[in-house]
Design a protein around this ligand. Structure first.
Ligand SMILES: [Zn+2]
Length: 303
């Protein structure tokens, strides 16, 4: 009996390790497994956390040992909440502070609005069945030329030189600028869809998203840049947590459901639909509709 138990223990451990290795290979696992990654002295400090006497004012923050620092953006940090800790971080020459606060949040009340399906895409970042269309800023694509130039200039500078340091900074700023555009769009888009400002009978009761295999899609060489530029995974993460906060259910529809190929009016499924076909034409009932709008209707119906 004892030996069997031991064997089972071993097996569980082994399978756990195999799972970790698999996850690591996919790039999803960020744990302790593998070779150590040493910190580079050439890069920024990353971040550090401070605890103790932290006071937030309307235009500044008082941190232990650092004193009172002016804030570039006003009104973002809560001045009345109880602050537990502050994290200072640096990104491409800009310094940020985020605070962890403790506050009591009332339980979310279930929203009672309509069911909304959201189709994620490249042409339009998101198309919702309630008519909301969010344009894709294509942050990376529109800056690719600049990025290539900055990157080239950087690589041509002699290693260890002042010029190289300068070029590094310039390149980092450009990368951060692109990331900021993406971040800004995603936050605005997900907040608009979740509609925090509207009353609970207007807010959607259920938001339906497609359960996309983003990691798999990124392996498609001709589409990976465009897909990575949108930030599908981050969109999904934001919708999930923002919806949960205010009592909206989030449902996922299997990626194998033919949400694009089905006619939202008569439910006939088309055999083939090319990615370039932006307008959906139903061969059964003759419906002519925007491809993404059609998909969003189908997603809402599948809930
Ligand atoms: Zn039809």
């Amino acid at each position: 009996m004892k030996s069997i138990l031991k064997f089972m223990d071993m097996y569980i451990l082994l399978s756990a390790i195999i799972l970790l290795i698999k996850l690591k290979a996919q790039g999803t696992y960020r744990g302790k497994l593998g070779y150590p990654r040493f910190k580079s002295k050439k890069k920024g400090i990353g971040s550090f956390r401070l605890t103790g006497a932290i006071h937030v004012f309307a235009d500044g923050i008082q941190l232990p040992r650092l004193g009172t620092l002016r804030l570039h953006e006003h009104g973002y940090l809560p001045t009345t909440a109880k602050v537990l800790s502050a994290t200072v971080s640096e990104q491409a020459g800009r310094w940020f502070v985020s605070v962890q606060v403790e506050e009591t949040v009332p339980d979310p009340v279930q929203a009672t609005g309509q069911v909304i399906g959201i189709d994620l895409g490249i042409k339009a970042l998101a198309t919702a069945s309630d008519g909301t269309v969010i344009a894709n800023p294509k942050a990376l694509r529109s800056h690719l030329k600049k990025l290539r130039r900055a990157s080239r200039q950087h690589s041509r500078k002699q290693k260890g030189s002042k010029h190289r340091v300068k070029a590094t900074r310039k390149l980092a700023r450009l990368h951060a600028h692109i990331a900021n555009i993406r971040k800004d769009t995603l936050h605005k888009a997900t907040s608009q869809i979740v509609m925090k400002t509207k009353s609970r009978d207007v807010r959607p009761a259920v938001i339906v998203l497609e359960d996309l295999n983003v990691a798999g899609m990124l392996k498609n060489r001709s589409l990976s840049r465009a897909i990575g530029d949108v930030g599908f995974a981050e969109f999904r993460r934001q919708v999930e947590y923002k919806a949960l906060e205010i009592g909206i259910q989030v449902k996922f529809v299997s990626r194998w459901e033919p949400s694009s190929k089905t006619c939202s009016s008569c439910k006939a499924v088309r055999e083939e639909l090319d990615l370039s076909e932006r307008v959906f034409v139903c061969h059964a009932c003759g419906l002519v509709i925007d491809r993404d709008v059609n998909a969003s209707y189908n997603l809402a119906d599948l809930a």
